[in-house]
Design a protein around this ligand. Structure first.
Ligand code: BGC
Length: 740
């Protein structure tokens, strides 16, 4: 154990492996700075300057090399030809699969199933490890309440509790029980922090987040991921309350190191230290390097301010070498923990082959549990295959092997994709499937093929319409201001409506789309996100009822974009809206007096309710909740309180319900959200079967960062609800009192 004072003035207690202290003692300043530099792999053959830098120990990590032979060669040079033989970290964005692609993270979040998410990450890690990768830049834990932001696709939704539980599970899946195991990757909790609050959902835009909201919302999933052992953290590109995250001492020193005692390392985002100057925080790269190192960024990705300026800053006495030592030791520790010093190279033969049967079936299960049934009028779904003569499969996304994979699929193989069209043909036989694409892409404006699509629907029993957005329309730097269906898809829906045939819409998208203008023109909506390699079989299972949908929304769906940000954990305000005090713009009398419209918090043209609330999702069966009971009306001290409820499958099919528990703290030192998710459980039930489901609440579940920013449960009255979405009505009240 050593205690050191850093340039930032904070005392950091470090417990480091003696091997690291010993190694550090042999390192030159240039070699230390090398460990702090991550460089994109230039590919083979290696250019001479790269080779020299590697031999000189001036590169500590690479990214974006996925050829295992090339990676092993890089490791060989680093280990055998550099003076100290320190192996490399090899990073890659393994976000929702490697070769086998799972649903986008937002889709996985709709499963509300930590076990499934853990397994998806385990599979992704095992596949990526075959390429020599030892570090993934995931999970992405940015809470976002803005579907305009393209990166919502990579997120785990709007809620810190759900994102935290699933993010923690992802970390466990990537890292496994033993980080030094052959199929483990070091995880990276990103982007620290606040990136999801970028103004107007425009990527990279500034964020202004009060400290209470930062702590109570945005930081919580990070804390959960670090508690489950995430070894690295990535800074966010964005500027938080005037200080870009990559130079933000409050985030990186105070919260991360001092309060949370994080002992892994922080990597910048791509060139985000170089961008400090562009933000206008610093006047030069030299100042940027100083600001980032002093704030606690251990490793610089892509830009070279560390490589170019840290040594000069130390020599000029502007940066203490002790600060450099602290930053380097954390990196070396992760390399030791990954077992890289014993086994820098990977032998893929020892790992399951990418896209093996087991991995494909895990991806199918994930796609199945991710889909959310949003509408199902007159139980049009499931389709009875034996009673149907012909289906018409229409739309741009029914047979788009690349698009169904979603964003961040550098290593995914579209040739492995099973498309919905292929799966429907497989199930019904080619002769019972009419196929008209109708639009070349989701963005097409041409209506030339609409007539053909109508004719196909007219001669079929049902239209299955695959609409939404291609993968390029979400993800990094792919934000949209209008989140309706792109192109002429809404017109296509309306055209098909005129056939009088049932229309089932399957939506593939990387974000919630505003479907308010087509919702009445379709009979059913299955929201499949970008479901990945096995989209087809999973969707066919759901459409034809081999399985019942069980996904629930991890994010609120607005009716129109102007409602954004709209989320369930809103504040009550002093004038909460109520359904009977809403006036619609079309119903306002001429010369209506100013105060005649209800004077509450709603939009004249959209009311206040979303199209579908957080937590919502239908099944082919129905569930009822009854007999909610609390173990006590008073929670004291650290005594847990049990909330029990009976859930019954009241329909005629087997189904799985995601039982959700919400809490409200009625009075706080800071105003509290009207509801917050505190627990959830997937409960499979046979028709007629009931189960008593219990949740345990402790004061930790009640705690929040109050007016003094301390994390504590405040005494007072609470309300709890349990149900199938965030609008749950079955509830009870209790009091919390502290013991002396
Ligand atoms: C993204 C990160 C990603 C990094 C490396 C950046 O543009 O913001 O999420 O991990 O690139 O590819």
């Amino acid at each position: 154990m050593s205690t050191r004072q850093s340039t930032a003035g904070a005392f950091i207690a470090l417990e480091r492996d003696p091997r690291i202290e010993e190694l550090l003692g042999r390192m030159t300043l240039a070699e230390k700075i090398g460990q702090m530099s991550q460089v994109e792999s230039p590919g083979q053959p290696l250019p001479e300057d790269f080779l020299q830098a590697l031999r000189a120990g001036r590169i500590g990590a690479v990214l974006n090399e996925v050829d295992v032979e090339a990676v092993n060669e890089l490791q060989r040079i680093a280990v055998q030809e550099s003076r100290l033989g320190i192996p490399l970290l090899v990073g890659r964005d393994v976000i929702h699969g490697f070769r086998t692609i799972f649903p986008i993270p937002l889709g996985q979040a709709a499963s509300w199933n930590p076990e499934l998410v853990r397994n998806a990450a385990r599979v992704a890690a095992a596949e990526a490890a075959t390429a020599g990768i030892n570090w993934t830049f995931a999970p992405m834990l940015d809470v976002t309440r803005d579907p305009r932001w393209g990166r919502i696709a990579e997120s785990l939704g709007e809620d810190p509790c759900l994102a935290g539980r699933l993010g923690a599970a992802m970390v466990e899946g990537f890292q496994g029980d033993d980080l030094a195991g052959p199929a483990a990757l070091a995880a990276c909790a990103k982007h620290f922090a606040g990136y999801g609050a970028c103004e107007s959902g425009r990527d990279y835009n500034t964020t202004n987040i009060p400290e209470s909201e930062l702590r109570n919302v945005h930081l919580r999933p990070f804390r959960a991921a670090l508690d489950s052992g995430a070894r690295t953290v990535m800074t966010s590109f964005s500027d938080l309350n005037g200080i870009p995250a990559s130079a933000n001492e409050f985030l990186l020193r105070r919260v991360l190191r001092e309060e949370w005692a994080f002992d892994g390392f922080v990597v910048s985002d791509w060139a985000s230290i170089g961008e400090l100057r562009i933000h206008g925080l610093t006047a030069s790269d030299r100042e940027s390097a100083l600001a980032a190192a002093a704030a606690g960024v251990n490793m610089e990705m892509a830009s070279t301010t560390y490589r170019d300026h840290l040594a000069g800053l130390v020599e000029a006495g502007m940066l203490d070498e002790v600060t450099i030592d602290d930053l380097v030791m954390a990196i070396l520790q992760v390399k030791f923990d990954l077992g890289l010093f014993q086994r820098p190279s990977r032998r893929p033969g020892k790992l399951p082959s990418p896209a093996c049967e087991e991995h494909l079936s895990a991806a199918r299960e994930a796609a199945l549990q991710s889909a959310v049934l949003l509408k199902n009028d007159k139980s049009v779904l499931p389709l009875a295959a034996e009673a149907i003569e012909r289906v018409a499969v229409i739309g741009p996304l029914a047979d788009a092997p690349y698009e169904q994979l979603g964003t961040w699929v550098f290593d995914g193989d579209p040739a492995l994709s099973v498309t919905p069209l292929a799966a429907i043909r497989e199930r019904l036989g080619d002769e019972r499937v009419s196929r008209v694409q109708a639009m070349e892409t989701s963005r097409s404006r041409s209506r030339a093929r609409f007539e053909a699509a109508k004719r196909a629907v007219e001669s079929a029993d049902v239209a299955i319409l695959f609409i939404g957005e291609e993968s390029i329309l979400s993800g990094e730097a792919h934000s949209r201001a209008d989140i309706g269906l792109p192109g002429n898809q809404a017109q296509l829906v309306r055209e098909l409506r005129t056939t009088g045939k049932p229309v089932v819409a399957v939506v593939l998208a990387g974000r919630p789309l505003t479907l308010g203008d087509i919702v009445d023109d379709v009979d059913a909506i299955l929201y499949a996100w970008h479901p990945g390699t096995m989209a087809g079989p999973a969707i066919a299972d759901l459409l034809f009822g081999s399985e019942s949908p069980s996904g629930k929304l991890p994010v609120t769906f607005p009716r129109m974009v102007g409602q954004v940000p709209i989320y369930y954990a809103q504040k009550n305000t002093g004038r909460p809206p109520a359904p009977d005090r809403i006036v619609h713009i079309d119903d306002i009398d001429a010369l209506a007096p100013q105060t005649s419209l209800g004077m509450t918090a709603f939009h004249l043209d959209a009311g206040f309710e979303p199209l579908w609330p957080f937590g919502y999702g239908l099944s082919y069966t129905t569930f009822e909740y009854a007999d909610l009971e609390l173990s006590a009306a008073l929670m004291t001290g650290n005594e847990p309180l049990t909330v029990a409820v009976t859930v019954t499958n009241t329909g005629r099919r087997q189904g799985t319900e995601v039982v959700q528990l919400y809490l409200r703290d009625l009075v706080g030192s800071l105003t509290r959200p009207v509801r917050e998710l505190k627990g959830f459980r997937r409960v499979p039930l046979e028709p007629g079967q009931s189960q008593r489901v219990e949740f345990r609440l402790t004061p930790a579940d009640l705690a929040f960062h109050g007016r003094d920013m301390r994390l504590a449960a405040e005494p007072g009255d609470f309300h709890v609800w349990v149900g199938g979405d965030s609008g749950a009505t079955l509830g009870a009240a209790f009091r919390f009192e502290e013991t002396d």
